[in-house]
Design a protein around this ligand. Sequence first.
Ligand SMILES: O=C(O)[C@@H](CO)OP(=O)(O)O
Length: 214
Amino acid sequence: MSQQTAPSHTAPSGLGELIRIAEAQPLSPACDHFYFLRHGQTGRNALRIFQAVDEPLSELGLQQAARAAGLLAGEPISTVVCSDARRAHDTAYTVATTLKLVPAAQAALRERNFGALIGTSSANIDWACEPEGGETLTQFVARTRGALDTALRLPAPVLVVAHGGTLYALAALLGVPVDVGLLGNAQPLRFERRGPTWAVTPLLRQADGDAALA
Ligand SMILES: O=C(O)[C@@H](CO)OP(=O)(O)O
């Protein structure tokens, strides 16, 4: 799983706009900690192409999901909630099975709908763009905020399995600085309340290559 080059960790274009929108509507979960997992790699992640909801995990993605399941197996997780996009659901199912849970799939946790950009290169992604037939950044942040607010009211600790965009929005909604190095596929993260602020700790500090980052 480490045959690719190390990630460059360069923040994508338009991320500041996403953060500005999210920070104006902060999220205040009642729980004191939860977990987040971006899905395993897909073939289109590796090629850096915007993908549809039916994109499956690649062979590497399946291995990453199994690795994440092993890392999360020792955590006392009570609820697994996931995006209903195939790549997130299949990752969540692998992890939840190890935890003897069943993931609850939510369309509201999907990645931003990039509309007409789906099928084109995401190498120079600009989160501030307004793709034809897709969601605006404001719409995406509002939808994601609502889905996360609902998910984090479920029996704790909760594991959310979703997307890179979900993680950018989540971090900004909690006021946690975005570390692009945490965006690699299937790297389990623990979010924890520390007084009035939140902190994020990776359960795995291993990236499988920047091809998966967008
Ligand atoms: O489509 C992508 O390349 C990214 C964008 O962040 O989404 P996902 O995390 O679903 O791979």
